[in-house]
Design a protein. Structure first.
Length: 162
């Protein structure tokens, strides 16, 4: 081997190592950032205005569709969701989460039977959310609610034990 070959070989090795180092750094820095930084805290609105109470009939459940912001780890998601709201007096409502407490299917209000019915496995719930039939293990889950200036605000989910 000549001196020139050694120098050229050394140069190629140094360049190869340097490129390898750059590629490793390009992969490692974002990965380290991902592992070291904390996920976002939920910053979505705690209370969301969903409807005007004057638009609801007393004792008649109504499904209200609204948008909410949800934080999932590092992502912020704007999603459409719904709640079943029952006006229980001049200024009180009950708001149910839209998922059946068995396996999470969407249920509906059957106005003839006067109960909430889940089409998946036959659970049904009374207007006050109690299980009247089926495999559902607990009453319908609710959202905390409050009324401000005739507007219905829904807050965090409240789960009842089975
Ligand atoms: S998900 Fe509703 S009864 Fe099974």
């Amino acid at each position: 081997m000549t001196n020139e070959n050694l120098t050229r070989r050394s140069f190629y090795i140094a360049v190869t190592n340097m490129l390898g180092g750059l590629i490793a750094a390009a992969a490692a820095i974002p990965a380290a950032f991902y592992l070291i930084t904390k996920p976002r805290k939920p910053v979505g609105k705690e209370w969301i205005e969903v409807a005007d109470i004057s638009g609801l009939q007393m004792g008649v459940p109504e499904e209200i569709v609204y948008n909410r912001e949800r934080v999932d780890g590092w992502r912020k998601i704007d999603e459409k969701t719904s709640t079943w709201v029952v006006r229980t007096s001049q200024d009180t409502v009950v708001a149910y989460t839209p998922a059946c407490t068995h396996l999470g299917c969407a249920y509906h209000w059957d106005n003839t039977m006067k109960q909430f019915e889940c089409p998946c496995h036959g659970s049904s719930f009374s207007i006050d959310g109690k299980v009247t039939a089926g495999p559902a293990p607990r009453p319908l889950d609710q959202y905390a609610t409050r009324i401000e200036d005739q507007k219905i605000l829904i807050g965090p989910e409240i789960k009842e034990d089975a």
